[in-house]
Design a protein around this ligand. Sequence first.
Ligand code: HEM
Ligand SMILES: *[C@@H]1O[C@H](CO)[C@@H](O)[C@H](O)[C@H]1NC(C)=O
Length: 327
Amino acid sequence: MATFSNLFGAISIISLVLTLQLACFASAQLSPDFYATTCPNLRGIVRVAMREAIDRELRLGASILRLFFHDCFVNGCDASILLDETPTFTGEKNALPNRNSARGFEVIDTIKTRVEAACSNTVSCADILAIAARDGVVLVTRRTNMGSSTGPERRDNRKPSRRKHPNPLPILRPPGPHLRLRRQRPTSAHDMTALSGGHTIGFARCTTFRSRIYNDTNIDPNFAARRRTTCPSFAGGSGDDSLAPLDIQTPNRFGNDYYVDLLNRRGLLHSDQELFNGGSQDGLVRAYSGNQNAFYRDFADAMVKMGNISPLTGINGQIRRNCRVVN
Ligand code: HEM
Ligand SMILES: *[C@@H]1O[C@H](CO)[C@@H](O)[C@H](O)[C@H]1NC(C)=O
């Protein structure tokens, strides 16, 4: 039970600081209650829509979390990932990491429509995505830890942890598609190891882990064999899109099993296993695998940092009416 209260503690921290960050997004004004008068029902609207979405498909919590990550790591959290491409606009939706992969846009559309109906021209898409991602994690966690019943909002007055990351390591060792992302951002290896715990929920397509299960050596052979049964070695067939859970143990529980997987060389993605492969992050992976609360605390902490990656200047000020198109 201690685990529960600590998780909610961590989640409350996310909640707390995302809220603060919302204020930053929305204007230079710093107030956690930024929308309190202009859109008092905002949180409720987002929460209800996220609950509906997750009731429909549990995976959507993971999908929205990933959208938020991809939004923030490209030019800051500016909701640019939500923009549809047009003949004259090349957006992010078809960029390699997102094509056929980023999902959950309809959920954000639904939320935006409802928010516009309640308080038009007030809440940015970036803020909506941030709150939705937070809620997704909370709802998935509650559902999988406690069943579908929802208790009263739990609050926790712990302050955000003030742990220091004095020497941001620019990158983790091996090259890979994610490396570019990592290099662009002032996020420490420690933070990235905690954030990668986002892979405690959700699924990946065969194309993203094929070479790992056929060619990597730092993989549990039984695990590889099991994954090969639904992910054929050849590309181009229908097997390309077959899904496997990022966390083989509990794909719908937001916990620390992901790190236990890594210890057992059962990371699904090559990039996952790199976190535990004789490198600088081994100790931290070990620590999270044995201490879920440490993971929750650091994940919340790193999510807040991620949410604070600010958009480039010059594109501020717009509240899109439709998240898919610039006004
Ligand atoms: C650091 C480098 C990262 C890499 C290389 C990476 C890579 C991937 C890949 C390849 C997939 C599968 C996509 C597909 O099959 O279409 C995936 C899924 C996912 N990622 Fe990451 N990821 C990274 C970091 C993160 C972070 C920081 C988060 C969140 C905090 C995150 C959350 C997720 C989630 C929740 C899914 C499952 C989405 C779903 O089921 O719809 N990832 N990631
Ligand atoms: C495994 O590696 C070999 C040699 O580099 C390559 O030809 C083959 O396509 C790879 N297989 C997969 C499934 O990635």
